[in-house]
Design a protein around this ligand. Sequence first.
Ligand SMILES: NC(=O)c1ccc[n+]([C@@H]2O[C@H](COP(=O)([O-])OP(=O)(O)OC[C@H]3O[C@@H](n4cnc5c(N)ncnc54)[C@H](O)[C@@H]3O)[C@@H](O)[C@H]2O)c1
Length: 343
Amino acid sequence: MNSIGFGIIGCGMISQLHADALKEVEGAELRGIYDPVPGRAEDFAQKKGGTPYHDINVLLSDPAIEAVCICTPSGTHAELAVQVACAGKHVVVEKPMAITLGQLKQVENACNENHVKFCCISQLRFTRDYRLIREAVAEGKLGKLVCGDVYMKYYREPSYYAGSSWRGTLAMDGGGALMNQGIHGVDLLQSIMGPVKSVFARSRTLLHNIEAEDTLSAVLEYENGALGVIQATTSVCPGYSRKLEINGTQGSITLTEDRITSWDLADAPEHLAHPVESGIRTAGDPSALDAACHAAQLSDMVQAIRTDRSPLVDQKEGKKAVEIILAIYRSAQTGKPVELNDL
Ligand SMILES: NC(=O)c1ccc[n+]([C@@H]2O[C@H](COP(=O)([O-])OP(=O)(O)OC[C@H]3O[C@@H](n4cnc5c(N)ncnc54)[C@H](O)[C@@H]3O)[C@@H](O)[C@H]2O)c1
């Protein structure tokens, strides 16, 4: 069977991981690269393969490219996703799917109208331990859900923001610690706990010289009646692994980055008898990522294209975390609780 040809738009930090991940995906091949900064696509192609393009429209009209990974600053995701979809190519967009409600709608409409597949990267949904938690909750093993919390106390050096034209800006990052780093935890949380009914939040910029928040605390009320807490910061030294805690009337589970670190339920999965510490070190280093989870998500995308089904994190799923974050930001701005239905 012929491989599906991929293009990559944006040749910065995360694009390297997409290129490495594509090498691991059966039935996928990196064919084209584009970045507006002169020389960047050429350098990237030399290291990672694929053909460098100087003009995005030429890449998008190449019939050998069937799907495109958008690896650009978050504020450009929606416009580029629409452009890619309108060119008839399948869309892979890095998180967040978009940074405003209007943009989410534009992306959804463009993909639906052009009949292309869409997936938004949320690579932590593709780990074994996340799946075990989701299954245990879905099977009712925790009893009635009581709390669903995420604690993300990360550290970013001031140079992380100072050295970037877009990080920490409202127009291009769409927010700070929550929209950029915290979104992973928000997405896992909502996919396990179910829809969020309302939020109340406070946010601050306590360390970094940025427009957006570097520290935020929110209280959540889920539609199923459970309550939750989200803490997201990039300002605490030295930075700690992200923890997700799911508690019910009959049991509790903690996920630390991508590993279950407590399973207080009957019937523990066999591998938990000899737990292995998470290899994810993004609490203090944004580039300390492993391509395996991206490869698993891109593999899901390839299967979705081949078998004409929806990818696991499609447009309907991808927008949920952004909607919750936008509700939290509105609450932090107004000082009032926000109902998700009122967005
Ligand atoms: N899934 C994850 O864990 C993860 C991790 C890091 C970053 N990200 C996401 O990936 C995206 C990119 O982050 P990064 O750290 O790689 O950024 P970066 O600044 O390192 O790279 C961005 C690249 O995009 C290029 N670019 C800018 N505007 C463009 C445009 N209009 N068209 C084409 N190229 C353009 C820049 O020249 C640059 O090379 C962000 O949305 C971020 O949230 C996701």
